[in-house]
Design a binder for this molecule. Structure first.
Ligand SMILES: [Fe+2]
Ligand SMILES: [Fe+2]
Length: 269
């Protein structure tokens, strides 16, 4: 089965990049299942019910998130009604929503999607490794589900790579999010799990991680409060990760997917 993961969608430019490139990618890559990280889709901060519905209509099957999940307050109640929207699994159990879901693909296959958050240079949540381990043991590949994708939302490449190896042989794809920069290390690990440290963002790359440059320039150079962060509004570039999964639930091929005006475009062979 063929799965596409779309990196953090940042603001309108990111949403437009997804809406522009996803229909072509769906056809060209014969996609059976689509995941998108929506944590920055509402003007850079969080996601709304309307944006979730827009993404589902565009063909997204499951929406993942990260540290920005609670930025729009309406999501606190919506996430309890919409099981296709995930928050990181290692938030306290009292947080609304869930950190994993088993969803049905376009061809009727069961896909387990897990969302977890790293801890280095991030909010110190519960241990993501034991949280992911529990779900992987509960729903093993081949017997319980056809494919498993983990979106590991974090800053440090070391922690993300460790998670990749921790899940090797037990997940179809471990893909990183949050840095908003695509890494060039997409590979199949020795046990058969596809891995990429970060898929990058869907957004305007003439920016600082999707945000208008002026505010970060002020913050970093003057170290005094400046203007608010707002998303850059130029043409968006689509960044994601494509994986083809075998009957055993392991990766046959993996590739970064980059489409758009600023970065060198990359498509699976
Ligand atoms: Fe993000
Ligand atoms: Fe994030």
């Amino acid at each position: 089965m063929r799965i596409l993961y779309c990196g953090d969608i940042v603001g309108r430019s990111g949403r437009e990049a997804v809406l522009t490139y996803l229909p072509k990618l769906k056809a060209e890559l014969s996609l059976d299942f689509i995941i998108a990280n929506g944590e920055n889709s509402a003007h850079g901060f969080g996601i709304t019910k309307t944006i979730c519905q827009e993404l589902f209509t565009a063909g997204v099957d499951v929406i993942t998130s990260g540290n920005h999940i609670w930025d729009q307050r309406e999501i606190m109640s919506y996430i309890n009604q919409e099981k296709r929207l995930l928050r990181p699994i290692n938030y306290p159990a009292t947080a609304p929503g869930k950190g994993f879901v088993i969803a049905t693909s376009k061809s009727g296959k069961q896909v387990l999607v897990i969302n977890a958050m790293a801890r280095l240079f991030m909010d110190p949540l519960d241990d993501p490794f034991s949280a992911v381990d529990n779900v992987l043991k509960q729903y093993p590949l081949k017997t319980a589900v056809t494919a498993t994708v983990l979106d590991f939302h974090g800053e440090a490449s070391s922690e993300k790579m460790t998670m990749g190896h921790f899940c090797d042989g037990r997940a179809s794809l471990v893909v990183g999010s949050h840095s908003h920069v695509p890494t060039g290390d997409a590979q199949i690990l020795p046990g058969g799990t596809a891995y990429q440290t970060d898929a990058g963002m869907c957004g305007d790359y003439n920016s600082v991680i999707g945000m208008e440059k002026s505010a970060p320039l002020h913050r970093f150079t003057k170290k005094t409060p400046g203007e608010r962060l707002t998303p850059a509004t130029g043409p968006g570039t689509f960044c994601g990760t494509f994986v083809e999964v075998s009957e055993a639930g392991l990766a046959i091929q993996v590739s970064a997917v980059i489409r758009g005006p600023r970065l060198r475009n990359v498509l699976p062979e």
